[in-house]
Each structure stands twice: as C-alpha cells, then as structure tokens.
Design a protein around this ligand. Structure first.
Ligand SMILES: NC(=O)c1ccc[n+]([C@@H]2O[C@H](COP(=O)([O-])OP(=O)(O)OC[C@H]3O[C@@H](n4cnc5c(N)ncnc54)[C@H](OP(=O)(O)O)[C@@H]3O)[C@@H](O)[C@H]2O)c1
Length: 285
C-alpha cells in the first residue's frame, strides 16, 4: 500500500505542485484552509483520526512578511499555534512530520550568511519569529520531525497551481508591464527551483530527523540574478534601460549553508543554473 501523506497548505505554491507531482505515487490528502483550518484543534484531530497519515507535510502558513508584521496575533495563531496543533496530532496518531521553516529566521543576524544549523538565528520579523518559535515548540512535542528551512523558492505559473512572487515571475511581470526592475546588489539569498525541491522529498523521508538547511547555493546578488534572468529572456541589449541598482543601506545576506543535507546525498543545482533550467523547461530559451 502507498504511504499516506497529509499535506496542509495544499492550495499554496508548494502544496499544489507537490500534490500534482506525487498524487499517483502516494495516497495524498491535501487540505486547503477552506477544508482544514489548522488553528481549529478539534478539526485537526478529526482530519488525523479519519486519514491516519504516515507522513505529514505541514506547508500551511501565513508567509507574507509584511502581512505578518501588520497582523501579529493572526500570524502567531496560524504560524505557531497551528503548527503546534498539527504536531500534537502527529504525536497522537504516530505520524512523521515535515515542518517547513525558512531562511528568514536569520533575518536579524548581524553577521552575514551562509548560516549553518548550529548558528543561533535572530529573527527580526514576526514571520521569522513565528517560524523559529514553532520549530522550538515542535522539537519539544515530537521526536519524529524534520524541520526544513527553505530558501526563497521560484517557479512559474502552471495549470491548477498557485503562484507567489518570486525572482523569475517578478521579472516576467516587470517585462510584461513595461516596468523598470530595481534590484539590490547588496542582497544575497539562496534561490531554489520548487520542482527540484519537490523531487527530493522521497529521499527526505529517509534521512535522520532534525533541522536541515534546504535549497540551492547562490553566489550572485539579487541584481546579478535579475541580470541573468533578463539575459536568458533575450533582453541583454536593453539591460541598462530595464534594470537598475537599488541598494539598501545595509547588506543583507541570509544564505544557508546546506552541507548537512549534502552529507545525506541531497544536493541542489546552484541558483543561476537552476533558473536557466526552469526557463528551459518552460520553453523561454
Ligand atoms: N515559497 C517560498 O519561497 C518559501 C520559502 C521559505 C519557506 N516557505 C514555507 O513553505 C511553506 C509553503 O509555502 P508556500 O510558498 O506554498 O506558501 P503559500 O502559497 O502562501 O501557501 C500557504 C498556504 O497556507 C494556507 N493557510 C493559511 N492559513 C491557514 C490556516 N489557518 N489553516 C490552513 N491553511 C492555512 C494558505 O491558504 P489560504 O490562501 O486559503 O489562506 C496557503 O494556501 C510555508 O510554510 C512557508 O512559510 C516558503
């Protein structure tokens, strides 16, 4: 019998693509917020009691940083209390949990990345604080939990999936709308192709439990990445017209050191090459 996977946040950017990829291989129950509100503990328990998942991928969250800063109570309820409800249900029903966290736990660290799992995160946004607190609480509830701190994901719109702002989609939208892109040459983040990440999941279920920095290495700044995308889209001759540097006073480097995951055989294509791969798969080059 196929393993049973319950995925929360099933109608989101990650969840829709995960379900499309694995619906024939696993017995998947994907629940959007309209089907399961993770802040409703009774509803969470009922969903587990009925489905009895082997694995749970907890992808539901309020992930918009500004929205979380503006609505800290709601953000806490969903991002921390909701995660606790899911972890308690995992404990009760013997399900193994994948909790999706974020590089944003390091947003307030004064030293630059790449950060490893042993570095102490200092989040300076509500979203980052919520994710770090959820990580810590989950580790006290469950032993069988993988905490994956994702870098920023990218991908393109597809049928029956949801789309979020990301480097490639932002660049395409700017081109379509005739907008000049303003990008930082002093910001550094890992950028991971969502499909490459999703492909790794069967293997993720086999590694030891714990915290893992998850995603691609990226040596390029946000500005250099925008240059790369626009060049790949055939816009090289117009770069000076459509792309400007717009630096912030302070360098931001929230890159993750992913050596721990690599030691378990999980490696990602470096961001620039992964972007080229994505554009190729969607026939932009
Ligand atoms: N995408 C990235 O670059 C990235 C990077 C690092 C970490 N992550 C993490 O990865 C996970 C998936 O991200 P994503 O990009 O797929 O985010 P997303 O597109 O925003 O999806 C998250 C989903 O969570 C659902 N949700 C919100 N409140 C809920 C509630 N009370 N009960 C049940 N579901 C609720 C939302 O449903 P509604 O829209 O119906 O409210 C939404 O569909 C999140 O935990 C996020 O923090 C993402």
């Amino acid at each position: 019998m196929n393993p049973k996977i319950l995925i929360t946040g099933a109608k989101g950017f990650f969840g829709t693509r995960f379900i499309n990829r694995y619906k024939a291989e696993f017995d998947i129950l994907g629940l959007g917020s309209d089907q399961l509100d993770i802040t409703d503990n009774d509803a969470v328990i009922k969903a587990f009691a009925k489905f009895k998942p082997d694995y749970v991928i907890h992808a539901a969250a309020i992930a918009a940083t500004d929205f979380c800063n503006q609505h800290p109570d709601l953000a806490y309820k969903v991002n921390v209390q909701g995660a606790i409800n899911v972890a308690n249900a995992c404990k009760q029903y013997g399900s193994k949990l994948v909790f999706i966290s974020t590089e944003q736990v390091f947003n307030g660290n004064p030293e630059a990345g790449p950060y490893s799992e042993t570095d102490q995160p200092i989040p300076d946004t509500v979203y980052g604080q919520n994710k770090l607190e959820a990580e810590q609480k989950l580790l006290t509830i469950l032993d069988e939990v993988w905490i994956l701190r994702f870098t920023w994901l990218f991908g393109l719109p597809e049928r029956h999936t949801s789309i979020n702002p990301n480097v490639i989609w932002n660049a395409l939208q700017a081109l379509i709308n005739g907008q000049v892109m303003k990008e930082r040459s002093n910001e550094f983040r890992g950028l991971t192709y969502v499909h490459e990440l999703i492909e790794q999941f069967p293997r993720i279920f086999t590694i030891p439990y714990g915290i893992y920095h998850t995603g691609a290495h990226n040596s390029a700044s946000r500005f250099e990445i925008a240059q790369h995308i626009l060049t790949e889209l055939g816009q090289q001759a117009r770069l000076s017209e459509i792309l400007e540097v717009n630096d912030a006073p302070r360098t931001r480097d929230v890159r993750l050191n992913t050596n721990k995951l690599a030691q378990h055989g999980l490696q990602f294509t470096e961001s620039k090459n992964a972007i080229s791969q994505c554009l190729k798969e969607f026939h932009f080059r």
